[in-house]
Design a protein around this ligand. Structure first.
Ligand code: SAH
Ligand code: SF4
Length: 449
């Protein structure tokens, strides 16, 4: 979501005539990279899901200070989730008063105006909207990738998991109109996009108003997430549909059916479990149990054998006992995730869990975390090895970042493959095409083909 917001910010800057600034000044060996040196505008888009990001933000501001002192005309803007928290804006005001513009996640569209005011009249503004009711369509976008794209379908979150800051920083759930989503994707595909990832904090609670409907009551009978996928399935040129993130508590049987019916929905589902302990899931306010999660995974595997199941896991939620953690390890053995994003619980100010008394000591969290990641990686490796010898359809994304002689792309399950093209070269322009690749070797994080 944060990356997608950055694409909009970059798009707005480009439409004002700005260009991406490449580092032109070489820095002395050992000194930190300062890619912003000499830029006219510096924008920092922040995330506040974990404390680590907060700390890095303030560290980064500290290093930008020198640039601002040396070139006071440089405009510094900070935005994103962190700015949706009053205590952060207060700290920026107090300690980093040289920041020129502050805006939040709910008023990104105001950035061009704030920037022009600053540029022309040197008017500093700290403008943040606590929540938003409407969705502003048609903001310019500078996409990161040529052949795959993120498409927002909804904003905000109403779930209030007790550890999570997102409902406070992104506001209440609101869904885009199905026609707006469809039109955006038609435009993308006409320009060569092959794969889209539908984005929302909880795509399963998508509820789109059909054109002409005017009230929430109408919207209740409108388009749900399963309908939306069906509505997008026939768009010309669209080869792959993915989505993230879906919440296990709202995963309907109708949506499960779409996995067997849709022509373009990829055999991959990101289904954050967070913990394997039903007791901890209750404390997290997740709204499902370990058994319900396991049964959902098995239903998905029934309708779409071979579907890749990935997840998010939090270790060290307040009150997590050795037995609770053993339940998480048990789920890992039973599901055998294709991969997982793993997090050490990080208390977020303003969320209920941050106030719980029984916080887990740091050393215990780290020990559990390391044990869990080690086992997850072993399983990923074992599962990946099973694919060796298969021919897979790869959407080619370009040349590999680490080895420019290799192409790089992903399987329908979302696995990364670096491969040589027999008898082909970069000049053959495989990028953006879907090609058959024989998988010859597999590691934990990627394949060779
Ligand atoms: N809406 C998505 C998650 C968005 S946040 C969902 O519900 O699945 C992405 C991930 O960050 C979460 O799934 C969770 O695993 C992790 N996360 C969120 N808050 C956290 C916290 N306070 N500490 C550690 N991890 C956290
Ligand atoms: Fe956070 Fe839960 Fe909403 Fe995901 S569903 S964004 S974890 S509150």
């Amino acid at each position: 979501m944060n990356e997608r917001d950055s694409e909009t910010i970059a798009g707005m800057l480009e439409s004002l005539g700005y260009e991406t600034f490449e580092e032109t000044v070489s820095t002395a060996p050992g000194s930190p990279r300062r890619p912003w040196r000499g830029a006219d505008v510096i924008v920092i888009n922040t995330c506040s899901v974990r404390e680590n990001a907060d700390n890095r933000f303030f560290g980064l501001l500290g290093s930008i200070k020198h640039e601002k002192e040396a070139r006071p005309e440089t405009i510094v803007a900070v935005c994103g989730c962190m700015m949706q928290q009053q205590h952060i804006v207060d700290r920026v005001k107090e300690k980093y008063g040289w920041v020129d513009i502050v805006f939040g996640t709910n008023n990104i569209h105001e950035f061009p105006r704030l920037l022009e005011n600053m540029r022309r009249e040197r008017i500093k503004r700290y403008n943040v909207l606590p929540d938003a009711e409407t969705i502003i369509e048609d903001l310019p976008v500078k996409r990161q990738h040529d052949h795959k794209a993120f498409v927002n379908i909804m904003f905000g979150c109403d779930n209030f998991c007790t550890y999570c800051i997102v409902p406070y920083t992104r506001g209440r759930e609101r869904s885009r109109a199905p026609s707006a989503i469809r039109n955006e994707i038609i435009g993308l595909c006409a320009a060569g996009t092959k794969e889209i990832t539908l984005l929302g904090q909880n795509v399963n609670s998508y509820r789109g108003m059909t054109d002409g409907a005017s009230s929430l009551k109408d919207a209740q009978t409108g388009v749900d997430f399963a309908d939306l996928i069906t509505l997008l399935d026939d768009i010309e040129g669209l080869e792959r549909i993915r989505f993230m993130t879906s919440h296990p508590k709202d995963f309907s049987d109708k949506l499960i059916r779409v996995f067997s019916e849709s022509c373009h929905l990829c055999p991959a589902v990101h289904l954050p479990i967070q913990s394997g302990s039903s007791r901890v899931l209750g404390l997290m306010n997740r709204g499902y149990t370990k058994d319900a999660y396991l049964s959902l995974v098995s239903k998905l595997r029934d309708v779409r054998p071979g579907i890749a199941v990935t997840t998010d896991l939090i270790v060290g939620f307040p009150g997590e006992t050795a037995d609770d953690f053993a339940e998480t390890m048990d789920v890992i053995e039973r599901v055998r995730f294709d991969s997982a994003f793993t997090f050490i619980y990080s208390p977020r100010r303003g969320t209920p869990a941050a106030e719980y008394e029984d916080q887990v000591p740091e050393d215990v969290k780290h020990e559990r975390f390391n044990r869990m990641v080690e086992r997850l990686n072993e399983i990923t490796f074992e599962k990946n090895r099973e694919h060796i010898g298969r021919v897979e359809k790869i959407l080619v994304e370009g040349m590999s970042k680490t080895d420019h002689a290799l192409y790089s792309g992903r399987t329908p399950e979302g696995k990364l493959v670096n491969f040589t093209a027999v008898g082909a070269s970069a000049a053959d322009g495989l990028t953006g095409r879907i090609v058959d690749v024989l998988l010859t070797d597999a590691g934990t994080f990627s394949f060779i083909g």
